[in-house]
Design a protein around this ligand. Structure first.
Ligand code: CDP
Ligand code: MG
Length: 136
């Protein structure tokens, strides 16, 4: 069944000029782009987005990083988009990411790992709603 994932090209990848290649990969992989925009998150917005990780040792560094510059937000749809996108991006730790994945190719380290993907159908819908209005 078709479902939806939020994808984020994180500030490290935007800064490094990898956005074009990552967008091209999204199109090649046949995701339908329902929404796309660039935003510079406030620290508060980043803290809200990563609320589930609040209290973890990497939370502060993560939210400062996510608000350190512009990122590109995408609402993507495809057959099993959640699983398909997580397969394309690879493991959270780029050292463990499979060859050919976006994180293996573009991520710097566990924190600055180039892209985000939702982890469940329910969270995909929630995360898209967190950043996009219906008209977007
Ligand atoms: O992004 P993903 O779902 O693969 O990983 P997560 O466990 O939901 O963690 C969210 C984000 O926090 C990761 O993408 C990393 O940017 C960051 N993180 C980190 O800096 N250090 C960790 N030990 C775990 C996650
Ligand atoms: Mg996650």
């Amino acid at each position: 069944m078709k479902n939806r994932t939020l994808a984020i090209i994180k500030p490290d990848a935007v800064r490094a000029g990898h956005s074009g290649k990552i967008l091209d990969r999204i199109i090649q992989e046949n995701f339908t782009i329902l929404g796309l925009k660039q935003t510079w998150m406030s620290l508060e917005k980043a803290q809200g987005f990563y609320e589930v990780h609040m209290g973890k040792p990497f939370f502060e560094e993560l939210t400062i990083f996510m608000s350190s510059g512009p990122c590109i937000l995408l609402a993507l749809e495809k057959e099993s988009a959640i699983d398909a996108w997580r397969e394309v991006i690879g493991a959270t730790d780029p050292q463990k990411a499979d060859a050919g994945t976006i994180r293996e190719e573009f991520a710097n380290n566990m924190g600055e790992n180039a892209v985000h993907g939702s982890d469940s159908v329910e969270n995909g819908a929630k995360e898209i709603e967190f950043f996009f209005s219906n008209s977007e």
